[in-house]
Design a binder for this molecule. Structure first.
Ligand SMILES: NC(=O)c1ccc[n+]([C@@H]2O[C@H](COP(=O)([O-])OP(=O)(O)OC[C@H]3O[C@@H](n4cnc5c(N)ncnc54)[C@H](OP(=O)(O)O)[C@@H]3O)[C@@H](O)[C@H]2O)c1
Length: 303
């Protein structure tokens, strides 16, 4: 299949390109190569490359920065997918668009999970713009799949797991405090990329939740990951009020992969199984990245 990946320099985009390239004709474009907020460039790229599938991994995914850079968030997360959908409606082709657990308000008491049938009600500007992106796609292009995921980690990201390594290995803190009242499911970007390949190859359409199986709090995630990495540190649970952030995050963003299961397409595994495999495979790389990178660490509320 002829596949175009947008946002191909990001955490998920890089994994998706690596998984899809051996099996398909893949053009993977970074933000420098294709800015999805530019409707003319998007139209030209779709016309020239004639992809059967566009996998949109491009996003302004810094949840807190979205609160202060509202226009940019709206352009990338809402108008961008709309531009892709319009171009595909004109020239033909399908859009697989990635969205987020942050479209929900998290009012369900954990461990109750959100399915595709639950009504979204985003709390943050990021969540609002991502929901607007979903709607922009639905409005103009029937041939689409929207895939909501959550709490992504992987080799190429600079997220929560890297922050834990920074604090414990680089800054050698003997104790760190991690919020215990936010619940969700850590999801390995590589596994999600496998799931996206399955959706593409099955020509699936509609709305799908795609996270690892099971759930945990941020605190439980930190404990499990550091244990798998063999890093010794005291982790102390604390309420999220200790780490006020610009964006309000849902307390519960556990998703159920109901659509994938109903369609017989669910490839997602238990989060602990995946994280253990991830840590075993990439332990040395993660530790050396942390040593090489001397950027100041963010605090643990900024996740
Ligand atoms: N990370 C998570 O925990 C998480 C959770 C739920 C859902 N998601 C969703 O998963 C998808 C992938 O996220 P990710 O974690 O891979 O994010 P990421 O690492 O930040 O990657 C996003 C990529 O999009 C690119 N981009 C930004 N603006 C663009 C534009 N105007 N045109 C083209 N590309 C642009 C970025 O390039 P630059 O770096 O050059 O700006 C970056 O390479 C997103 O839809 C996100 O909303 C992520």
């Amino acid at each position: 299949m002829n596949i175009l990946i947008t946002g191909a320099g990001g955490l998920l985009g890089r994994e998706a390109a690596a998984v899809l390239a051996p099996r398909h004709k893949v053009t993977a474009l970074t933000s420098w190569e294709l800015d999805i907020t530019d409707p003319d460039r998007v139209r030209q790229a779709v016309q020239r490359l004639a992809p059967e599938v566009v996998l949109n991994c491009a996003a302004f995914a810094d949840v807190d920065a979205c609160e202060s850079e509202r226009d940019r968030a709206l352009a990338v997360n809402a108008a961008g997918p709309g531009n892709l959908a319009l171009a595909l409606a004109r020239y033909g082709g399908k859009l697989i668009h990635i969205s987020t657990d942050y479209v929900f308000d998290g009012q369900k008491p954990p461990p109750a999970a959100y399915t595709e049938e639950d009504a979204p009600n985003p709390l943050s500007w990021y969540g609002k713009t991502k929901l607007a992106g979903e709607n922009a796609v639905k409005e103009v292009l029937e041939n689409h799949a929207i895939v909501r995921t959550a709490w992504l980690y992987g080799r190429h990201g600079r997220g929560f797991l890297n922050l834990l390594i920074d604090l414990t290995v680089k800054r050698r803190l003997a104790e760190i405090r991690v919020v215990e009242d936010q619940f969700g499911t850590p999801t390995w970007a590589w596994r999600l990329a496998q799931q996206l390949a399955r959706l593409i190859e099955a020509d699936a359409r509609g709305l799908f939740h795609a996270t690892a199986e099971g759930w945990c709090s941020r605190y439980e995630l930190a404990r499990f990951f550091l244990e798998q990495m063999g890093i010794d540190c005291r982790i102390v649970p604390c309420p999220s009020t200790e780490f006020p952030t610009p964006a309000v995050r849902p307390k519960n963003s556990i998703l159920e992969n109901k659509g994938l299961k109903d369609a017989g397409l669910n490839l997602m595994r238990d989060w602990q199984e995946d994280m253990a495999e991830f840590a075993a495979k990439f332990r040395e790389q993660l530790l050396s990245l942390s040593k090489a990178d001397d950027k100041p660490s963010k605090n643990l509320g900024d996740i």
